[in-house]
Design a protein around this ligand. Sequence first.
Ligand code: R5P
Length: 302
Amino acid sequence: MDRLLFCFPGNEALGENLLNRPGYRIGKAILRRFPDRESYVRILTDVKGENVDILCTLHQPDDKLMMIYFFSQLAKQLGAKSVRLIAPYLAYMRQDKEFHPGEAVTSDLFAQLLGSWIDELITIDPHLHRHPRLSDIYDIPTTVLHAGPLIVDHIRKHLSKPVLIGPDEESKQWVAAIASQVGCDFLVLKKERLGDRTVRIDVPDAPKFRDHSPVLVDDIISTGHTMMETAGHLNEHGIPPPVCIGVHAVFAGNAWKEMLAAGIRHIVTTNTIAHPSNAIDVSELLTSRLFSQGFRSGDHVE
Ligand code: R5P
């Protein structure tokens, strides 16, 4: 079935790769800001009766939401049959419980909001921790894709004698699966978050892996503190500087530069968020699912 793809600002590089796929037509729209930063949306391509895809990764989501809202509602007003959001990075997944009394559980509220605007959601490795499935919080059909096999390929091609290190318990799901496919050892560290920008990490048995290439794998690199603290601790135990692999290159503020300055050997991310550290391409992973049919309810987990 033909689909119309609209690439939101900042998603052009990934969008171009997707458009090489037969069955996609490019939709034209004007998406811009007024001088006061309010959003302007005009759809130029006729969307009547069309299945419409929005490609918009949700890094820094608050800046993007109004445009997604205006666009999705306008597309429906103009007669679109369906509106699907392809968000390679899905935001607001980490505040998944009320850690302190009176806090908003934003993972759930965000899911309700997004789910009331769009008909379907496709994403890659959302931060599923206390909600084991996206369908626990999203009422619309969702497809979850995994970058794990791409990371496995990358490690196999580029690193010798790796030991995979997961910065915290949440990362165990990744690290264990990736290590078993690479055929190497893995460690999972204990992380305690002391504040927005402070974490404390314990590394058990690190000296055992002194002659290995440490590879830190995590789903999100945000402030980079998790990776930097881990690298610092490895260093104290005589372990060489690690390669850090993150699926989602969030890199809040100067995180990327700070990580490089902190002695991280190399930083590798996927292009779910466009960033100079992108070295793993998710286009094929996405296109493998974009034209699949029949996932009308609940998660369709790859
Ligand atoms: C958290 O649970 C995630 O899996 C990542 O470990 C976390 O988001 C990384 O954040 P930061 O880079 O700010 O330490």
